[in-house]
Design a protein around this ligand. Structure first.
Ligand SMILES: NC(=O)c1ccc[n+]([C@@H]2O[C@H](COP(=O)([O-])OP(=O)(O)OC[C@H]3O[C@@H](n4cnc5c(N)ncnc54)[C@H](OP(=O)(O)O)[C@@H]3O)[C@@H](O)[C@H]2O)c1
Length: 220
């Protein structure tokens, strides 16, 4: 397995912590980022308390996490996403940037996908980061499941969309840290337009069936 140094932007939230935990458990070096380095240090301490000997994460600010990673995960809400991503254009140049951002809203009928001018949050990031390679992945793995156990989520698939073949392959390999096997190559980055709002369906199912639903692809 190729090990990466992974920066997590928004690493104090459940999804950033959950994926950061799984990446660290698999042996990757992880830097949790935040708008406040102090908050990231606290989040890192929380994860380090449960990581085994020889595994660990570090807390820092978003810019330093972006600079340090060869792969950088965007794990921030869609609200404020554009401004934050644009502010990190310099440190993210030359990096593979993974977006798991789901632009969702909620009303009394439940969750739904919101329109994004660029088509999807991943494509918005790609437009704002011309010097980076953006890959969409990890939209459907729930933070609760990521942090509930150390066992691979072997009943789920990580769907990966990318326009760059090598970056897509690297992220599919990284998905093994979560599911125990490589992610599924679904096609070009524009398919993030379908992947992101699909999460609204999972959240709606979770509410109706009181479960943690996930995605598994048959026929492969
Ligand atoms: N939660 C899940 O199960 C799940 C599953 C799949 C995908 N996702 C996606 O992953 C992303 C993160 O989810 P989450 O549940 O972890 O979100 P969250 O807790 O709402 O936010 C994550 C972190 O982003 C930072 N943040 C919040 N508002 C911000 C803003 N306006 N500008 C810059 N940074 C901001 C905060 O960190 P600081 O205050 O420390 O900077 C926060 O801890 C979302 O796009 C979500 O759709 C989540």
């Amino acid at each position: 397995m190729r090990t990466h140094r992974i920066g997590v932007i928004g690493g104090t939230g459940p999804q950033g912590k959950g994926l950061g935990y799984r990446f660290a458990l698999a042996g990757h070096e992880v830097l949790l980022g935040s708008r406040s380095a102090e908050r990231a240090v606290a989040a890192a301490a929380e994860l380090n308390a449960r990581l085994p000997e020889g595994r660990g994460v570090t807390g820092t600010d978003n810019a330093k996490a972006a600079e340090a990673g060869d792969v950088v995960l965007l794990a921030v809400p869609y609200d404020g996403h554009g401004d934050l991503v644009a502010s990190l254009r310099g440190p993210l140049a030359g990096k593979t940037v993974i977006s798991c951002v789901n632009p969702l809203a909620f009303d009394r009928r439940g969750p739904y996908g919101v329109p994004v001018p660029e088509g999807s949050a991943a494509e918005q990031a790609a437009a704002l980061l011309p010097g980076s390679i953006v890959v969409g992945a990890f939209h459907h793995v729930s933070a609760v499941a990521l942090l509930a156990t150390d066992e691979p989520l072997s009943h789920e698939d990580v769907l990966v969309c990318a326009d760059d073949a090598a970056a897509g392959a690297a992220v599919r390999e990284l998905a093994a840290a979560v599911t125990g096997r490589p992610g599924v190559d679904v096609g070009p980055l524009r398919l993030a337009r379908q992947l992101e709002p699909l999460t609204a369906v999972l959240i709606s199912i979770n509410k109706r069936y009181r479960t943690q639903s996930g995605i598994a692809i048959s026929g492969l």
